[in-house]
Design a protein around this ligand. Structure first.
Ligand SMILES: NC(=O)C1=CN([C@@H]2O[C@H](COP(=O)(O)OP(=O)(O)OC[C@H]3O[C@@H](n4cnc5c(N)ncnc54)[C@H](OP(=O)(O)O)[C@@H]3O)[C@@H](O)[C@H]2O)[C@@H](O)CC1
Ligand SMILES: [K+]
Length: 511
């Protein structure tokens, strides 16, 4: 089709070759591979630990100038090793330092054992730590290697530190946060700040890890970018960097039909507002033309409140089939306020059969709760033409097994769902994840908390539709829509209502 302006395959290749370190999100497993590859390339691994620990000490001194005492809690692995380096550096800076170890320090291996030797002091047992006012806790118990729930001894310290409201600076990750999923394993420190190395991990971006990590400082300990790039996986932060090449090109000569025609299905007379929000957002986000397709009984309700958006009555499959004869109608938004599940399934079937693109949201998603495979089959062939925009509840309707699998991270769930459904999936939340059927995934972080308001999802669906109908590939259309939606939330500001959002959608960022 003429709307395939940027072929998905070349964007995929670009993704593999251009890796801005700030955008990488690396799982603990891949970070382990990176460590191993760095060591195999001749990079002295203790040097990495030394730089990591020094960075932690520098952050502690900078952030907590009024600390009476730094209490460094060291675990049984390399996270503990970073802690011993930090303790040594803090002492060298003239600070008062107490070190407490989980487990037997003489059992430390490798670089962590070297770090303890350089520290030179004798750590006291973790259970002997008694919090005092003025303490700043440097948490080096567990980082990337946390493999099960925190041991009781550590849980007790987490609770004592919380009771005394002591500030915590976490090394790599707050202990208790699973770096792969962002979930809490038993208990976790709540850090004022976290110093991590080279790149952020999923646990820094996925909730609740995102909140518990506080400010995340990423420190470059000197692992070459070429090693990171080889093992970086397919997960990135959702920034314009990752989709800017797919932005719709607009010239002075761009005709409104070239910018694409978007159609949004309205619900019945009692539920028309959601579709109008989508339509208004679609127009503002750059669709050349937007039409609300309305049941006849809702025409007046819609007509009274639409400007700039066109209106057409569609009362069933025959009407829609006739409309689909118009090749310029490329993209549909189905679901906001739609209501009628049977009709939603029939409409989705027709749209798929005619090779059009579909944003399936809200009631459109729920309509397939008993027959998700039928939906996935509709869009199975060719380029990705379906975008699904579920929140967690809607996700569980289409993918109950994935929703119920506690071993999966939110990123894993979105990736598996995208592969299964042949759709770009926007798994919504404060930590929205966008995934493509080919395995690429993005975690979004620009949405302000007040964006979670009634109707906000309808606006997002409209922006996605606008991007699709301008020819963006589905994944890039979805990701950039989530980003612009987040920006709109910040621009509209605290106390916004969904009606404020379309006007606040910003222009495309400068390339
Ligand atoms: N990335 C980099 O480039 C660099 C990374 N560096 C640092 O290395 C850190 C990763 O080190 P790591 O792999 O040794 O893991 P870490 O978090 O110390 O824990 C592993 C130990 O804990 C144990 N253990 C696990 N869970 C447990 C539980 N619930 N309860 C009890 N025990 C448990 C586990 O025992 P096991 O599971 O084997 O029985 C093992 O002994 C990383 O976060 C960063 O700080 C820097 O030094 C510089 C370069
Ligand atoms: K830690």
């Amino acid at each position: 089709m003429a709307d395939d302006l940027a072929p998905a395959a070349s964007l995929q290749a670009w993704w593999g070759m251009h890796q801005e370190i700030d955008t990488l999100i690396i799982t603990p497993r891949d970070m382990g591979r990176i460590d191993a590859a760095a060591a195999a390339s001749g990079l002295a691994s203790y040097g990495l630990m030394e730089r990591a620990g020094q960075a932690v000490a520098a952050a502690a001194l900078r952030r907590f100038p009024g600390a009476h005492r730094f209490v460094v809690l060291c675990g049984p692995g390399n996270n503990g090793g970073d802690g011993y380096v930090a303790a040594r550096a803090l002492e060298a800076a003239g600070a008062e330092v107490a070190v407490h170890a989980l487990g037997d320090p003489s059992a430390l291996r490798g670089d962590a054992a070297i770090a303890l030797r350089h520290f030179g002091g004798a750590p006291r047992a973790l259970a002997e730590y008694g919090p005092r006012p003025g303490d700043v806790v440097v948490d080096a118990l567990f980082g990337a290697g946390l493999s099960r729930d925190l041991p009781d001894e550590a849980v007790q310290v987490v609770e004592a530190v919380r009771r005394h409201a002591l500030p915590v600076l976490a090394v790599d990750l707050p202990s208790g946060i699973d770096g792969r999923t962002g979930e809490v394993r038993g208990a976790a420190f709540e850090a004022v700040a976290t110093v991590t190395f080279m790149c952020r991990k999923p646990g820094h971006l996925l909730l609740p890890g995102r909140t518990l990590s506080g400010d995340v400082e990423v420190f470059d300990i000197g692992i070459p970018g070429r090693i990171l790039a080889v093992h970086a996986g397919h997960v990135r932060v959702n920034t314009p960097y990752v989709w800017r090449l797919a932005e719709p090109q607009q010239t002075g000569a761009t005709h409104k039909y070239v910018r694409g025609h978007l159609a949004v299905f309205s619900g019945p007379a009692t539920a028309t507002g959601a579709a109008r929000l989508s339509a208004a957002a679609g127009l503002r986000a750059g669709a050349g033309l937007v039409t609300v397709l309305s049941p006849t009984d809702a025409l007046f309700a819609n007509a009274a409140r639409l400007t700039g958006v066109m209106l057409k009555d569609v009362d069933g499959e025959a009407d829609l089939a006739a409309l689909l004869e118009d090749e310029r109608l490329k993209t549909f938004v189905l679901g906001p306020g739609f209501g009628d599940a049977g009709r939603a399934r029939a409409y989705a079937g027709l749209i798929a059969a005619k090779g059009r693109r579909l944003v399936l949201d809200a009631d459109g998603i729920s309509a397939f709760r008993d027959t998700p495979d039928a939906l996935f089959g509709l869009f199975a062939g060719g380029d990705t033409r379906l975008v699904l925009t579920p929140h967690d509840g809607e996700f569980a309707r289409l993918f109950p097994d994935l929703a119920g699998d506690g071993t999966l991270s939110k990123i894993d769930r979105a990736q598996k769902a995208a592969a299964r459904s042949h759709a770009a999936v926007i798994l919504k939340g404060a930590d929205t994840v966008i995934a493509a059927p080919d395995g690429r995934a993005l975690v979004n972080e620009n949405a302000p908390p007040w964006l979670a308001t009634a109707g906000s999802g309808d606006v997002l669906a409209g922006i996605v539709g606008a991007h699709l109908t301008q020819g963006m590939p589905a994944f890039e259309a979805a990701a950039s829509a989530v980003w612009r939606h987040g920006e709109a939330g910040s621009i509209a500001g605290k106390g916004l209502t969904a009606e404020d959002l379309p006007e606040a959608i910003p222009p495309w960022p400068a390339a």
